[in-house]
Ligand binder design. Structure first.
Ligand code: ADP
Ligand code: MG
Length: 355
């Protein structure tokens, strides 16, 4: 009697498959911004500006001065799994670009009204097209006058995804994007980033004056945190055994109470890694303990450079996690390296109340 009850298995229509996948890649406005900034970086841009209206839900624009998009590539831009960045599976072993899945623009086109304008540096004209559900609207992109580089204009994000849109909060999204841009600015200290929200400038590294990358990074970190001058320590190290180089800028002991933040880049990818986060936390804890200080906060930038063969970037659709060899050993090394450096820098005694 049970034979004919219950739903039957059927294959979902392609559009629904694509929309489900899109919701996973573009979880929220900041996830879209991250993908779009990575595209700007892949295009070799030196200036990247991001603008939000209503936390990116009404509009989200990312503009760069990079290598641009050829007219002939427009029809494929938003096709899922279409990319200019890899050719075969083995390319993942030596990946230098951020993108490789060819999913970001496609995903965005399923959950928004998307317009892309681009001009290659050696071309007199730019081109512009709108996209919907993975396809370009119209026969051909329209020729337009525009500046060199690419502008991606995302409007009405999640207009067709009610549950998602309702779960997002404008201020929270703005905060997340601000944090994200600061993180990219720290790592790519020589590039210029600008972020506007509802037409007000929230962050700009255009006025950062330092000439070396390191000076600029420290200045950017100060600008973000308002932590006092000379309260950061920068250092580098290397483990030949595990083929990894470490580079970091850390707030000194006593420099902040407000922050407990670690920004981690592995092979230039902004990622999260629990074991390394814990290692940094432990080095601060031990340092505070060893000098009998009340526990305080930290604001850290850490960048690891490892043999790409030891790293697998393809473990998460948003690429926010990576897998790598010797994770435990590397975390241990980081812990003692940071501890030593922090200890040698002493304590910043003058704590201002809420920094
Ligand atoms: P992926 O980055 O994984 O290739 P995307 O969907 O993010 O996938 O982008 C698809 C393609 O569009 C890229 O491979 C690239 O050729 C082109 N593209 C996207 N954004 C830009 C940009 N800002 N500048 C130049 N080309 C871009
Ligand atoms: Mg991409």
């Amino acid at each position: 009697p049970l034979e004919n009850t219950g739903p039957q298995i059927k294959k979902l229509p392609q559009e629904l498959i694509d929309k489900i996948a899109a919701g996973e890649v573009v979880q929220r406005p900041s996830a879209a911004v991250k993908e779009l900034i990575e595209n700007c970086l892949d295009a070799g841009s030196s200036e990247i500006s991001v603008g939000l209206v209503q936390g990116g839900l009404k509009q989200l624009i990312v503009e760069d001065n990079g290598s641009g998009i050829h007219k002939d590539d427009f029809p494929l831009l938003c096709e899922r799994f279409a990319t200019s960045k890899i050719n075969e599976f083995n390319d993942l072993q030596s990946l230098v670009s951020f993108g490789f899945r060819g999913e970001a623009l496609a995903s965005i086109s399923f959950v928004s009204n998307l317009k892309i304008t681009s001009r290659k540096p050696n071309s007199d004209l730019g081109y512009k097209a709108s996209f919907k559900n993975g396809v370009m609207l119209g026969e051909e992109p329209e020729a337009v006058n525009c500046t060199e580089g690419t502008t991606v204009d995302v409007q009405d994000l999640f207009f067709n995804y009610d549950a998602r849109r309702k779960s997002l909060n404008v201020n929270e999204e703005k905060k997340r994007v601000l944090k994200l841009i600061g993180q990219f600015a720290m790592h790519h200290a020589k590039l210029r980033f600008k972020f506007k929200s509802d037409n007000q400038i929230q962050f700009s590294s255009h006025s950062v004056l330092g000439s070396t990358e390191l000076q600029r990074r420290e200045q950017i970190m100060q600008q973000i945190t308002k932590i006092a001058d000379k309260s950061f320590t920068s250092c580098e190290s290397e483990s030949t055994e595990y083929q990894v180089k470490f580079k970091g800028t850390f707030s000194n002991i006593g420099a902040t109470k407000k922050y407990k933040e670690i920004t981690l880049f592995i092979n230039n990818r902004l990622v999260e890694c629990e074991s390394i986060k814990k290692a940094v936390e432990r080095s601060y804890q031990s340092c505070y303990q060893s000098i009998h200080e009340e526990e305080g906060g930290y604001f850290c930038y850490l960048s690891l450079e490892m043999n790409p063969k030891n790293l697998d970037p393809n473990v998460h659709p948003t690429k926010k996690e990576v897998k790598f060899l010797f994770e435990y050993e590397i975390a241990k090394e980081i812990e003692s390296w940071i501890f030593e450096n922090l200890k040698n820098c002493g304590v910043i005694k003058q704590l201002s109340a809420n920094i």
